[in-house]
Design a protein. Structure first.
Length: 19
């Protein structure tokens, strides 16, 4: 998890999108 952004999108939080 990258903390470069203050609010990273949900699809960027995890390497694999949860469907």
């Amino acid at each position: 998890m990258n903390h470069r952004f203050p609010n990273p999108p949900s699809h960027l939080r995890c390497p694999v999108p949860i469907l």
